[in-house]
Design a protein around this ligand. Structure first.
Ligand SMILES: [Mg+2]
Length: 184
């Protein structure tokens, strides 16, 4: 959980999934055949994401990553493409499980199916002191978003049937701005 910057007090929060949301592929030890820029879908898409992150941060929206990937991969990748400076926290599979076990020790059955949802509802909102209605979870997997509508905003990122995605697209960026009432 690296803390990289604490600018002003954040009053809103966006939680991005990593694989196929920030990226256009699943990042791990096996896909060394692609360049970082390829995985990001090219320089133009990367520039658009940088602009998104910069705009969100300026608007007081805290950016975190909530991913079932491993923090080392996520951090290394984001550092390499120049996006890490905008991220205040990375929660990976280990921090998700550790915190869910800690805060909901006897409710394994409850959070087992809806891990990200309970992590958002029980941990993220309280840890950052930001009400659910000011939080947005952006994810390419519907199973990570199901049931959250009454708690926080959700944005489903399009993924193809073969599980290869396009990640956040320009149309998603507009929806994120709309959610946070940002006029650019
Ligand atoms: Mg994903």
């Amino acid at each position: 959980m690296p803390v990289l910057m604490r600018p002003k007090k954040f009053h809103k929060l966006v939680a991005f999934d990593f694989d196929n949301t920030i990226t256009q592929d699943i990042i791990g030890p096996t896909n060394h055949h692609k360049s970082y820029l390829d995985v990001m879908g090219g320089q133009q898409r990367l520039n658009h994401l940088k602009k998104l992150f910069e705009t969100l941060t300026k608007a007081g929206v805290q950016i975190i990553i909530v991913s079932f990937n491993v923090e080392g991969y996520v951090r290394h990748f984001l550092q390499h493409v120049g996006l890490f400076e905008y991220i205040t926290y990375v929660f990976d599979r280990y921090s998700i499980y550790r915190n869910l076990k800690k805060i909901m020790p006897n409710q394994h059955a409850l959070w087992k199916k809806y891990k990200k949802q309970y992590f958002m509802m029980v941990f993220v909102s309280k840890f950052f002191h930001i009400p659910g209605k000011s939080c947005l979870l952006v994810d390419d997997q519907q199973s990570n978003l199901d049931g959250l509508d009454d708690f926080c905003g959700t944005l489903k990122i399009y993924t193809r049937a073969d599980n290869r995605g396009f990640g956040i697209r320009d149309s998603d960026i507009l929806k994120i701005y709309l959610f946070f009432n940002i006029i650019t």
